[in-house]
Design a protein around this ligand. Structure first.
Ligand code: PMV
Length: 321
């Protein structure tokens, strides 16, 4: 059977950086994200007897190396749950540049898990899908539920998964995806997680991140956009402070990235409110209220080095299509 699924990118106001268990991908801290409505990955999976070998296609090209291995490792986990032996064809397409800090592994592995399980004849609950997606890429577990999502760290495979904390409709926030370069990152996120502990600031981060998660949920519940936004921005910089000071150090920003960060802060001083958050890459997410979206897009588009601004908002999680 051929099955297709869409999984969204998710953006985390409280980040996952560093693991407690490398293999099971148990995060060092519980974290929180919002699913986007439009940005994401569409993946088709087909198990077929007459295929000579497994095939993995991403963005129109058959891929080998690490990308192929990661996909097939997840297919293997699915095969083990069903005893299926046929070869597989996986066709995946992102509607944004992958490996540039826009969380393509979250949407990619989310869509692969949902489409793969269905194609294999499995019918898993949201929690089971989230746990399975987590094994392929930690943040992918957050692309399964709708809306505002918490990845509860848990204490092992069974208890580490993502669940909805607020529905999509709770708050109509807009997320502007600012694309500055499509060049793929040189150092993988997986490697970054592994060296997070080498930063002298990592321990300090762990001391405050639990409290911050509690606080940000309160700000979201109370719809306090200013406090929410300030924490979102601080938390992103906090994670980057760990990245910048780990060994080897990780500098994902370009001069254009800093230009956008400073512009956002400058506009805020003038009364145009928005906040930025950045993952492992050069591109930037800018979060704002609906009333300021238009003004911000036209300003962002005028910044030197900005290739494109994609408009998005808080949205649903993974679904079959
Ligand atoms: O799931 P991974 O291994 O791609 O890690 C995601 C890490 C960050 O994007 C930097 C932070 C986050 O929580 O999304």
């Amino acid at each position: 059977m051929k099955t297709k699924a869409f999984a969204p990118v998710n953006v985390a106001p409280i980040k996952y950086w560093g693991k407690e268990d490398e293999k099971l991908r148990i995060p060092a801290n519980s974290n929180l994200s919002m699913c986007l409505e439009k940005l994401g990955t569409e993946t088709e999976v087909e198990f077929r007897d007459n295929l000579k070998r497994d095939e993995v296609w991403i963005d129109g090209r058959e891929v080998g190396g690490r990308a192929r291995e990661r996909v097939l490792r997840q297919i293997e986990r699915i095969r083990r749950l069903t005893d299926r032996k046929e070869k597989v064809k996986v066709m995946s397409r992102n509607n944004f540049p992958k490996s540039t800090g826009l969380s393509s592994s979250a949407s990619g592995m989310g869509a692969l898990t949902v489409a793969g399980c269905k194609a294999a004849g499995l019918s898993l609950s949201e929690k089971e899908l989230s746990r399975l997606a987590r094994l392929a890429s930690g943040s992918a577990c957050r692309s399964i539920p709708d809306g505002w999502v918490e990845w509860v760290k848990g204490s092992g495979d069974k208890t580490s998964y993502a669940k909805q904390v607020f529905p999509v409709k709770h708050r109509d926030l807009r997320i502007l995806v600012v694309i500055l370069s499509k060049v793929e990152k040189r150092i993988s996120t997986t490697k970054g997680h592994g060296i997070a502990k080498t930063s002298p600031f990592y321990k300090k981060r762990m001391e405050t991140v639990r409290r911050d998660l509690r606080l940000i949920k309160k700000y979201i519940r109370e719809r306090d956009f200013q406090k929410f936004g300030e924490m979102l921005e601080d938390e992103s910089l906090n994670m980057h402070a760990v990245m910048l000071t780990s060994r080897p150090n990780l500098i994902y920003w370009l001069p254009e990235t800093v230009r956008v960060m400073q512009a956002v802060q400058g506009w805020r001083k003038q009364g145009l409110e928005s906040y930025f958050t950045i993952n492992t890459g050069q591109n930037v997410f800018v979060v704002c209220e609906a009333k300021n979206e238009k003004g911000l897009v036209s300003r962002l588009e005028k910044i030197e080095g900005v290739l494109e601004v994609k408009r998005d908002k808080v949205g649903r999680g993974s679904r079959l299509i």
